[in-house]
Design a protein around this ligand. Sequence first.
Ligand code: AMP
Length: 283
Amino acid sequence: MYLFQQAASLSRTLRAARQNQLSIGFVPTMGALHEGHLDLIRQAKKQYDRVICSIFVNPAQFNDPADLAKYPRTLEKDLEALALTGADYVYFPEVSDVYPPNSQPEKYPFGALETVLEGAHRPGHFEGVGMVVARLLRITVPNGLLLGEKDYQQCMVLQSLLKQMQWEQKVALHICPTRRESNGLAMSSRNQRLTEAGKKQAALLYEIIKSCQERYLQFSPDQLSDWAIHSLEAQGNIRVEYFSFADAQHLQPVQHWNESPAVRVLAAVWVEDVRLIDNALLF
Ligand code: AMP
């Protein structure tokens, strides 16, 4: 496994691989890796000749400086896990390598996609995500980009980014299923900050999401989200930021189930001062 901290040398290495007809799968991460991240690496290995993983806690996508400061960083362990899983290249740059002091920030407008759900609660978040992933794509020029369904809105935003860059023919987008703990809790780097009791409480979120999948036909979207919020908050240790039903492509809220051929449930909650998100397809 080859380690890079400089974009210029990574680009040179990947260019040489491409010239040797080797295909490249790219997995962008913010580190503090868990099995969900490693699933993306495994999937990339199945489909591409070489796998590049980036580890970069991108300041531009954090609207809350305290959240950025608290974000877990476990580089040594991450590199060990990536080597064991079979990543070929790892890029873990300093901020100045990704954002050189005199570089112009590129902005990609995501329209209505970035003003709902995560975008509504984390202003500027997707602008920061778009900016960093555009830079990482230009550095790596991969054949495939592998993302987790866990961050479903991010997947839709990055699909739009590929279109705006006119790279959608050049880079295949793979959305990989959410890896969960045995109690259903979606794996997340932020789970490291939960106590054992908090992890148990947080598992209720997926329980409620599953109940929604089973019973949505008996209720309207508003009734069902009221029920879900009430059930989650009744427990006392969970605060719901949003619990919404939205059309699966544009993520606009639905008032009636027949408004869209595909609807997802998406939610953000707070447990022990940790913000967690999850989502699933309803139909
Ligand atoms: P992050 O390090 O949180 O930015 O995540 C890096 C990538 O891993 C993103 O594409 C995430 O959607 C994906 N990911 C995070 N958690 C999971 C999970 N539990 N299962 C599958 N993919 C995940």
